[in-house]
Design a protein around this ligand. Structure first.
Ligand code: ZN
Length: 477
């Protein structure tokens, strides 16, 4: 047992969190089913202290998290160091302790806060809450190894600047709404649109007909049509990204990590497009930390890759070769949960220049805990997820077949976890996360997870740990 004195009656202490600073003992405690920060004496910066026992309690709010980072700077999000990195998205806000246990002994830098505006809207959360959850999770586990915070899939400069002012360190610009579809344009129409661009002349001089050697890939040579297609398709997106980057630079002159995500484009990113986009960003003084191309094959959420591994290997090699020539940024794999067949390829071909983003899979692990410990609640979640499926699937690419899902009423409580193994039911459960987490069932799920937090953390450590083992950044056993 710990030596912390003066705890309020009935408080359970998280042993790994106990720290001393400026003559005060701080620790995370659980009291009446709720987590709080205990301080043996008041410290400056904590705005919401309440006397309790022989000390003080603070609620786990964003201002408390900010105060905590003032006293423990290693809890402040920081930039990605060289080497591979891994995004542990957490839609519920209770997964960080399990994520950090998965990380134990792994040679990979973690991004512990990683949510998009879209995810936050669906779950009723915001950037503050997501970051605070990661900070308190790291504090709870006594983690001091540093982590990043990714404001994911940003579609507005305003949202990027907001996240920057809150302490985020990584910004993923998603200009997919600005990508123009050129694949079906007739040649003359495409050329006319290209020549309507103010930079057309200059671009033609820079790109057309040049042999551009790319070590490990061969060479790239733009025809007039190639350039027209790349420019018409990507220039508005490039301008937008440059605008976002400039606004962030002004806000965070000391530096930040900037990712460009093209993964939600409607066609795979060709090496030529990759080259064009990055060169154009560079000519606008944008320095990339990572690029998320759209890969060939199908990356559906929370299930393994559907496509040819050869296609993925070829794409990855090309993107890595380009990234090495163009500045050494990472190649980022989105929808990276449960892509077990891809990880060995990434480990072997990725040359340590990769970033993987996961999020959905930690939600599914939470549902597995519910299936084991609260089968009644799990049945309600499954039912609502099925009802909501047609609507919730709209923004995802999914090949789910509802008829393959076993009848819920025919399953015994012991059989419920099977629904998390079957791919169709996994997807149905996955895409409904917003419908579940923003309502009553979400509240109940959170209660179950807090009640069974050890089991939740262990299940996450297992499952995300398996991701890291397959990525060959963590030993097996
Ligand atoms: Zn993405």
């Amino acid at each position: 047992m710990s030596q912390v004195k003066g705890l309020p009656e009935g408080a359970k202490i998280y042993e790994r969190s106990v720290r001393e600073v400026s003559g005060a003992i701080l620790a995370l405690v659980k009291l009446a089913g709720e987590k709080r920060l205990f301080l043996s004496r008041p410290l400056p910066g904590f705005p919401e202290l309440e006397e309790a026992g022989a000390g003080y309690l603070a609620p786990l709010t964003f201002p408390t998290a900010q105060a905590l980072t003032r006293h423990f700077p290693e809890l402040r999000p920081r930039g990605l160091p060289p080497g591979p990195s891994f995004g542990f998205g957490d839609r519920i806000g209770l997964a960080t302790p399990g994520h950090l246990r998965a990380l134990a002994g792994a040679r990979v830098f973690p991004v512990l806060a990683q949510q998009s505006v879209r995810e936050n809207t669906r779950t009723g959360r915001n950037f503050q809450d997501v970051l605070a959850s990661a900070i308190f999770g790291a504090f709870q586990e006594g983690y001091r190894g540093g982590f990043g915070a990714d404001a994911d899939h940003l579609k507005s400069v305003e949202a990027a600047v907001t996240a920057a002012s809150l302490g985020y360190s990584m910004f993923t610009c998603d200009p997919s709404h600005l990508l123009r579809s050129v694949e079906r344009l007739p040649e003359d129409e495409l050329v006319a649109r290209f020549h309507a661009l103010p930079q057309a002349e200059e671009l033609a001089q820079t790109y057309v007909g040049k042999n551009i050697p790319i070590k490990g890939l061969g060479r790239i040579r733009f025809s007039e049509r190639d350039l027209a297609a790349a420019a018409v398709k990507y220039l508005p997106a490039v301008e937008f990204a440059a605008h976002m980057y400039a606004a962030l630079k002004e806000k965070l002159p000391a530096g930040f990590d900037f990712e460009l995500s093209l993964d939600e484009a409607d066609t795979p990113t060709s090496p030529m497009e990759h080259y064009f986009v990055v060169r154009e960003l560079q000519s606008r003084e944008v320095e990339l930390a990572s690029l998320a191309p759209r890969f060939g094959g199908v990356l559906e959420k929370a299930v393994d890759y559907r496509g040819s591994l050869e296609v993925f290997r070829r794409d990855l090699r090309a993107h890595i070769a380009l990234a090495k020539i163009l500045g050494g940024y990472r190649i980022s794999l989105h929808s990276g949960s449960d892509k077990f067949s891809l990880y060995p390829v990434l480990a072997r071909e990725g040359e340590g220049m990769w970033h993987v983003k996961t999020a959905g899979t930690s939600y599914l692990v939470a549902l597995e805990v519910a299936a084991r410990f609260a089968p009644g609640l799990f049945r309600e979640i499954m039912r609502l997820s099925c009802e909501r499926f047609e609507e919730d699937r709209a923004t995802y690419h999914l090949s789910t077949d509802l008829s393959r899902i076993p009848e819920l009423d025919s399953l015994s409580d012991e059989e419920l976890p099977q629904l998390l193994e079957q791919e169709d039911s996994r997807q149905v459960l996955h895409v409904a996360f917003g419908s579940i987490l923003s309502g009553r069932l979400g509240e109940e799920l959170r209660r179950v997870l807090i009640q069974h937090e050890e089991e939740y953390a262990e299940a996450l450590a297992q499952h995300l740990g398996r991701h890291l083992i397959e990525l060959e950044v963590k030993g097996n056993g």
